[in-house]
Design a protein around this ligand. Structure first.
Ligand code: PMP
Length: 361
């Protein structure tokens, strides 16, 4: 059996060591007489797995004590609705900065509950750049300001945390969480589905400043209340235990690899190699994102002749490089190179791209 280098945008590649450990523990976890996925979430075995995963994520991301860390089902999309329900009064104004597809979905989920002010929108420019901070039109009394730290489809990433002094900053970090050091204290809420940088799909991490949990929000069932989830250690109902366990293995692996500082260095090298390969191709490959906001995680690119796309994907697969087809919204190609993508994978892709150009240029 041979594993390819997998550039999928999510669900994405997992560390082989993690998959092997999960395989070894699949039938019986740590002398428990059963798999961890077969045991009660309230039993001592899973409680320890859950506690350790949270402790490791806190260490990995340097999360301050005045932030709650929730492990929830529902994906990032459900959180996009819950943010409005939990942190804004009915019809209250909230500010959204849109820099790609996922910023738009965030608005769609919030709109039934709040008055959305689009403070800035990069769509007119094809989402190839981030609107200058000076041009944002923030509201005076917004419940929060929301932005997407990394746009997974358009390949646009904020390289700095924006200054917004009027309201707490909420950020969708689905596709860049734990990819470099981050000052969590600048945020009200950070959230992300785990299926990109943190491991398996099916569990979503929500990091929320505790004082915000006291906001009344809107009438909602208990199951949609972050405060209730926090008060119950994310065990208000049965949590996605298998996914939580797997994410915990990924956290341990990331810490052993050197933590977010080390991943920041690797991610900088990986993305530079890929952008250099594209920019140095004399137009055979192209990426149109403004250089200062190019994503380190998702690199969309186009071949100069779309008629070559099918051959590119076929030959890449034969070379052990899979999941390079771009998102249907954009077409072309996309290489997702999260923490778990090894540098050798990106080196292999860059070498393949040069060879393919030589053969078809
Ligand atoms: N936000 C971003 C930045 C994403 O990349 C995605 C998924 N690709 C989502 C939100 C939606 O996540 P989910 O499928 O977990 O709801």
């Amino acid at each position: 059996m041979s594993r390819a280098f997998n550039f999928s945008a999510g669900p994405a590649t997992l560390p082989e060591a993690v998959l092997r450990q999960a395989q070894a523990e699949m039938l019986e976890w740590d002398g428990a007489g059963a798999s961890i996925v077969e045991l009660s979430h309230r039993g001592p075995e899973f409680m320890e797995v859950a506690r350790q995963a949270e402790a490791d994520l806190r260490t990995l991301m340097s999360i301050p004590d005045d932030y709650a860390v929730l492990f929830l089902a529902g994906g990032a999309t459900a959180q996009q609705a819950l943010l409005a329900l939990n942190f804004a009064a009915p019809g209250q104004t909230v500010d959204y900065v849109v820099t790609g597809h996922w910023g738009k979905t965030a608005i769609k989920q919030a709109r039934p509950y709040v008055n959305v002010n689009i403070a800035a929108d990069g769509e007119a420019g094809g989402f190839r750049d981030i609107p200058a901070r000076a041009d944002w039109r923030l509201s005076k009394d917004a419940a929060y300001v929301h932005y997407t730290a990394n746009e997974t489809i358009h390949g646009v990433e904020f390289r700095d945390i924006p200054d917004v002094d009027n309201a707490p900053l909420f950020a969708d970090f689905s596709s860049s969480i734990a990819s470099e050091p981050l000052d969590v204290s600048r945020f009200g809420v950070i959230y992300g589905g785990a299926q990109k940088n943190l491991g398996p799909v099916g569990v979503t991490v929500v990091i929320v400043r505790r004082d915000l949990l006291e906001r009344a929000g809107q009438p909602r069932a208990d199951i949609f209340s972050y405060a209730s989830h926090a008060a119950n250690d994310s065990m208000l109902n049965t949590p996605p235990t298998w996914n939580w366990y797997l994410a915990g293995l990924v956290f341990k692996w990331m810490l052993a690899q050197g933590g977010v500082e080390e991943f920041a260095r690797r991610n900088a090298r990986k993305s530079k190699l890929l952008y250099d390969t594209i920019d140095g191709s004399g137009g055979f490959y192209r990426n149109e994102i403004a250089p200062g906001v190019r994503s380190r995680m998702n690199v969309p690119f186009f071949l100069h002749d779309p008629a070559l796309d099918a051959a590119f994907l076929k030959d890449a697969k034969a070379a052990g490089l899979i999941s390079l087809k771009g998102h249907r919204v954009l077409g072309g190609m996309r290489a997702s190179i999260y923490n778990t993508m090894p540098e050798e994978g990106v080196q292999a892709l860059a070498a393949f791209m040069r060879q393919f150009q030589q053969a078809h240029g």
